[in-house]
Each structure stands twice: as structure tokens, then as C-alpha cells.
Ligand binder design. Structure first.
Ligand SMILES: Nc1ncnc2c1ncn2[C@@H]1O[C@H](COP(=O)(O)OP(=O)(O)O)[C@@H](O)[C@H]1O
Ligand SMILES: [Mg+2]
Length: 370
């Protein structure tokens, strides 16, 4: 079986140890300190959270994913579902159903798995102030067994029409939950800092920022090599270094590439740098429809700018060399194209550099000779 995992949370033996970060998070959780966990996508924020709580043992995690959240109603229902599914495991389902009776939760049993699942009456519209009661339940739960309350992709709370009101309710409640560690994880840096440096956000300020950057290269290379040996494959140092470089240090992308290398090699093979090409082609075969769909949305100038970023890198796209290279007149037009590419989520800006959200989209553009 392919031992590489990407695109979902990894823990235990699939988690390349990050002892410093785990220790830091553990300390904050034990002292009830709120944390802002930030880092680019696929760096391993969510996995770090799960792994930390898993190692802690005597804590439970109340995990609420705010990805693509649209309304306060949606937020409340996601919180209720998270609470119910957490308590379900602890066998306290009945009690919580009773306290939430006004939401008319419905429990049904999946005929195939026998697992109970809960839905909340869709006809009831919840408003930000319903959060009040839900957060009271959180505190009650915490009294029984210690909790870590995690809001993932927290920046998406800004999508709500009534985000101000929602944040105010959250803030006013959470500041009284002194012993409960709240973790606000997010990947969109600008929005996260907007949320956490707003002068009105008194309690957000009290949250400590923890940055999730790339894994240590040596350690990660060793971790990946260990996975290859599970299939008696031997991965050379140069190959591993090249994999991590192509993935631009993002663990999720490195694992994706390794997964493809595993698929395109055999038992007892040695993995060389030359093994990477066929694996990339497998990734392109899986993903090129998506890349093409993205290209269709671009104007000629935006495409030239994107190809320029792929070929020349994104450190200085307003330099004379870059402008000349892509044949677009004037930095203003380049700036406009870059902004559009960011808006389309094809690229993002990190420490002044423009980078591809998906590094394989970049290598594909070069491979296709655009
Ligand atoms: N500690 C780790 N060890 C190995 N792979 C990891 C680790 N952290 C993340 N990954 C890889 O990155 C992918 C994305 O991880 P995830 O925790 O969802 O990132 P994020 O929440 O930052 O977007 C995982 O599926 C896995 O392939
Ligand atoms: Mg995540």
C-alpha cells in the first residue's frame, strides 16, 4: 500500500515529528492560553493540532472547521454538530440533545455502519446571539473533560455578512473562558492579521501567535526515505532534496510527489532524480484539466505574466528584466495582472515573493513550454 498521505490530516506514524512546535502548543494548551496558529496552506497546521491533542491524551478537541462558511446560522450549526459528535464519543449525547432541544436536533443511525449521526433542523435560522448558549455548553463540556477548542480556517469568518456582530459575541464569551485554550488556525495571512490586530479585538490580542513553517529539510527527507523503505525502495539523498525543492518546502506537496513516485516505481527500485519526471507526468495527468480551466480564465497578458513567474521566479516581477522578459509594457500592467492571479488563487504573495499556490502547476507550464 502506498504509504504517502496528502490532502488530509496526518497523525501518529504519518506525522513527521515536530517536537518544538508540539511542545510549544502543549505548553499553551496546558496553561489555557489562546493561540493563533498561522501558516501557508498544506504546511501542516491542522495536523499539528490533531497530533498535539492526540499526544496530550487527557484532552479532547472540539474541532470546528470554518472553511467556506457563509452565515452565522452555518457557524452555529457547525459548532453544534462538533459538540454533539464529540459528546457522542463520550456517551453524553442524551444530555446535550436535551440542552439543545430548541434546535431540534435529529439523530439517525446509518444503516450500513451503525454509527449515529446528527442533523440540526434546517428550518431554524440561528443568529449570532445563539452562539451565546452554545458557548455555555462548551464551558460545561470543559468542566467534565478538558477541551481544546479549535476554529480552523478562522479567516473565513470574515465572509459572514454579520461578521462584526459574530466576532463580538465570540469575543465577549471567550474572554470569560479563562481556562479553556482556544486555537484560531488560519492560512490567509492578511485576513488573519486583520482579525488579530484590530484594536477592538482585546481578547484576540491576548492570543499568542504560533507560526507553522516548513519541516526541517533533513528530518523530513529522513521521514520520506523511511516511508520508501516500507516498499523496499531506496531513495537517494539527491532525489529527496530535489523532491522537497520541487515542492517548495511544502510538506503536503512533497508527499503528493512521493505518492506519485511510489506509483511509478516498483518494489526494490532505487529512486533517483530521474524517477521524478514520470511521477510529475502522473500528477499532470491527474491535474491538468484543472490547470487548463485556470488558464481559460486568463487574458493574454495575465498568461504571459504567469509564465514569466514560472520561468523567472516571483521575487522581482516589477524589475526591468522581468518586464522585458514577458513583453508587457509598464509595471502598472504587471501589477494588475498579478492582482488578478492572486484573486483567482493561482498565486499568492509571501514575504514579498509571488509564488504558485500549486507548485506542480508551475512545473507543468514549463514542461508544456508555454
Ligand atoms: N508533520 C507532517 N509530517 C508529514 N506530512 C505532513 C506533516 N504535516 C503536514 N503534512 C502533509 O501536508 C498535508 C496537509 O496537512 P494539513 O495539516 O492539512 O495542512 P494545513 O492545515 O496547514 O493546510 C498532509 O496531508 C500531509 O501530506
Ligand atoms: Mg488545515
Amino acid at each position: 500500500m502506498n504509504p504517502f498521505r496528502y490532502g488530509r490530516v496526518v497523525s501518529a506514524e504519518d506525522f513527521c515529528p515536530r517536537p518544538d512546535l508540539v511542545r510549544q502548543m502543549t505548553g499553551f494548551i496546558k496553561s489555557g492560553q489562546n493561540v493563533v496558529l498561522q501558516g501557508e496552506r498544506r504546511m501542516g497546521k491542522t495536523s499539528l493540532l490533531y497530533e498535539t491533542v492526540r499526544q496530550l491524551k487527557r484532552y479532547r478537541m472540539l474541532y470546528i472547521d470554518l472553511l467556506e462558511i457563509k452565515t452565522a446560522d452555518d457557524l452555529c450549526k457547525r459548532m453544534v454538530k462538533a459538540l454533539i459528535s464529540m459528546e457522542q464519543q463520550a456517551g453524553l449525547l442524551e444530555r446535550i440533545l436535551k440542552s439543545l432541544s430548541q434546535l431540534r436536533p435529529v439523530v439517525s443511525v446509518d444503516p450500513l455502519t451503525g454509527q449515529p449521526s446528527v442533523s440540526v433542523d434546517a428550518g431554524i435560522r440561528l443568529r449570532p446571539d445563539s452562539l451565546d448558549g452554545i458557548l455555555d455548553l462548551v464551558r460545561e463540556s470543559h468542566k467534565r473533560t478538558r477541551l481544546v477548542v479549535a476554529f480552523d480556517e478562522f479567516q473565513d469568518i470574515l465572509n459572514l455578512a454579520d461578521s462584526k456582530e459574530t466576532l463580538a459575541v465570540l469575543r465577549s464569551k471567550i474572554q470569560f473562558h479563562k481556562n479553556i485554550p482556544y486555537v484560531f488556525a488560519g492560512s490567509v495571512r492578511n485576513s488573519m492579521s486583520e482579525l488579530f490586530t484590530d484594536p477592538e479585538s482585546a481578547f484576540f490580542k491576548s492570543a499568542i501567535a504560533v507560526d507553522v513553517g516548513p519541516l526541517d529539510r533533513e528530518e523530513f527527507a529522513g521521514f520520506l526515505a523511511g516511508k520508501f523503505t516500507l516498499g523496499k525502495r531506496v531513495a537517494g539523498k539527491d532525489a529527496l532534496a530535489r523532491i522537497i525543492e520541487l515542492a517548495e518546502n511544502v510538506p503536503g506537496d512533497a508527499q503528493e510527489l512521493c505518492e506519485a513516485i511510489w506509483e511509478t516505481t516498483a518494489y526494490r527500485d532505487t529512486i533517483h532524480e530521474s524517477s521524478i519526471g514520470p511521477a510529475l507526468e502522473l500528477i499532470y495527468a491527474r491535474e491538468s484539466k484543472g490547470y487548463e480551466a485556470a488558464l481559460v480564465q486568463l487574458t493574454g497578458q495575465q498568461l504571459r505574466c504567469l509564465v514569466g513567474l514560472a520561468g523567472m521566479g516571483g521575487k522581482a516581477p516589477l524589475s526591468a528584466a522581468f518586464i522585458q522578459g514577458v513583453g508587457i509594457t509598464g509595471p502598472a500592467s504587471i501589477k494588475k495582472a498579478l492582482n488578478r492571479l492572486i484573486q483567482l488563487k493561482v498565486i499568492f504573495r509571501h514575504q514579498g515573493e509571488y509564488k504558485f499556490v500549486n507548485p506542480f502547476f508551475k512545473t507543468w507550464l514549463l514542461w508544456k513550454n508555454y
